[in-house]
Structure formats: structure tokens, C-alpha cells
Design a protein around this ligand. Sequence first.
Ligand SMILES: *Cc1c(COP(=O)(O)O)cnc(C)c1O
Length: 397
Amino acid sequence: METLQAPNVSSLDHLLPQEPLLMMGAGPVPIPHKVAYANSIVINHLGETMNKVIEQVKEMGAYVFQTTSRHVLGVAGPGSAAMEMAIVNLVEPGSKVLAVCNGYFSRRMADMAARVGGEVVVMEVASNRAADPEEVEGYLKQGDFRTLTIVQGETSNTVFNRHLEAISRLAHRYGCMVIVDAVCTLSTMPLEMDRWKIDAVITGGQKGLSSIPGVSLLAFSENAWSRIAARRHTLSHWCLDALLADKFWNQKSYHYTAPVSGILALHEALRLVCEETLPRRFERHALCSLALQRGIEAMGLELPVSADVRLNSVVGITVPDGVSGDAVRTHMSRVHRVEISGSFGANIVRIGQMGEQSRAHNLFRTLHALGTSMQFAGAAVDLPSGIAELEKGLTGS
Ligand SMILES: *Cc1c(COP(=O)(O)O)cnc(C)c1O
């Protein structure tokens, strides 16, 4: 019998660079050694050890979300799977959804809500502005919205929805549940699920938490869980059904084989967050991001979003006229071994400040690489001033 020939492929030793690129884009971000090590282990997905791991992941997750809800769940999949899990479980077919859209990721939630049959009304936020609570109230007044979706930090255009707390409390007053996408922001800046009256928070592994991509975490409020428990229709999504996932996450039994290595990695990432504590982690992220922003501006480059609504977790930088953002990024990658992100349309490049990215040595290397690569691509930048300003920002002078 003739079989197909085995393909002749390269081993990873040939494909991967000698020294990994420094990942300073919009995610995935560098992972600590403890996380990488945990990710190399496989254990039984059920049993005593896994039960203990899951209990601790839920406990640490509740801390990071700032909730006392017992409905912290993980999902095998990207941040978008957590997003979809929140949406398919909370948006009933035919129910009204207010989708506050700032950009690419908040629009993804609107799309998902429409796909499950939600009657979606989009509130389009002007570019480079934060969603305005009064405008949101105008929509809520028009009637019977059951669910509101909003992003805390819009990674695509680097806008920060600074009025998230006010908007969430407002929606709560109107009896409307709130789903928050905190994929890039969680553990980098304050978010208080219970106090802010949020009903579902979603995150991914590979951004603020500095874990691996592919295993994500979300939490439902007790209120949200009542809606889920009371539903009459059968979800068409089997893997994402929160009532089935609850079997694994709360009842120590089988739903699907959990991504054990990724959960162990997430455990370690969360443990490092707990060890650092949230207040200190927020402080580190703010200090690093603001110092980086100061350095970029001192080099003579512009930030497209005004300071009051600028996202600290992912910093957008305007590419000067006549300069190619792709040329800058390619040079950074090839020559300096530093990777940053391009954009979704606007002529910007983006530098992440999430988890391990917010370390002084990574900032100096990245800013230096950005400056010389901008010069290489034809931009006039003052590199020494930028580096000096970064140093001042980091030392608080
Ligand atoms: C990255 C990101 C997502 C999507 O996460 P994936 O893991 O790529 O699915 C969603 N929302 C925001 C705000 C993000 O930054």
C-alpha cells in the first residue's frame, strides 16, 4: 500500500531565534520563568492535585477581579473565548444589548452578541474619546436593555474608558447587566467588579497577567449567575456553556479535558500577582507606562490619544508623516530583537505595558530600539533626550 510521504520540516531549533525576541507589543507578553516552567508540566485534569490548583486559581482570580462571587471560571481558549462565553451565557436571543464601541475589540462583543440573536444597538464613541456616561444614559433611557458590553482599555486605538465605573453603576440602576472586557487591563490598573456593579469580567492569559495565550479567565456576578441558572433555552455552544463549565470549576467533575499545563501556568501568573499585591502592581504599571510616554514625547514623537483618556496598558505612538510604521517595526525586530505592534488602520505603532513588559530594563531597551529605528526609517528624533526623560520618569524626578 502506498502512503503519503512524511514531510521534511525544520526542527524548532532552526525556526526559533537563538535569543527570543523581546515581546513589547500588544500581546502576547514575556512570561516569568515560573510560568514557563508550570506550562511544561502535564498532570491529571481530574483528581486531588488538580482540585487544589483549581481552588487556588479561583481564589486568586476572585482577588484579581475584586469579587466575592463564587463564579470564577476558566476557559480553554483565547480572550475572545472568554468574551464569547460571557456573551452567549448572558445575552438571550431577542433581548436588547447596548454595545458601547470604541474600536476593534469592543466591536467584537457587538458582533458576538448579534450572532447569538441579541438585538444589538451600537453606541459609537468618537475616535480617541472615552465613552461618556451621559450619552450612555441617553440610550439606557430609551428602554429595556438587558445587557451592556464595554471595554476597559481599547487595545486597538489605545483609548482608556475612564468612566467605566460610572457607566457600570448607571447600567445597574437601569436593570441592565454589564459585561466588561478587561483583557489588556486586568491587574495593570484598578477594576473592582463588585463595587462597580459589573456582572461579567473577561480576561486573557497573555496580556496583563503575563501568562500564556490560550487559557483565559472570567467571572460572573451572583446576579449574572441567577440569569444563567434561570434560562429556558439550550445554548448552541456546548464548550462555552457556563452551566457545564461549572461542573469542572465548581463540582470537581468532567466537562472537557482542561488545558492542564495552561492552567498551571495561569496559577503561577496569578500567584505572582498576589505576591506583588494589586496596589503595588498598579503602581509599577503606572510608573513604567508614564515614564515611557514621557520618554517618547521627549524624543519628539507624538502620542495620538490625549493624556486624560490615554490607555497606560498599551501605548499608541503616532508615526510621523513620510515614515513607514512597518519599516520601523521591522528594523526594531531585525536589529534590536524587540517586537512591537502595528495598528488597525490609524498610522500608529503600539508598545505594551502589561505584566513583565513593565520592567525598567525592558523599557530602556525598547525606547532605544524605537528611537534608532525611527531614525533609520527617516524620522527626526532626539534619542538622548528621550532616554534621559525615561530615566527621570522611572526615578520619579
Ligand atoms: C487582545 C484583546 C482581546 C482578544 O484577545 P485574544 O486572546 O486575541 O482573543 C480582546 N479584547 C482586548 C481589549 C484585547 O486587548
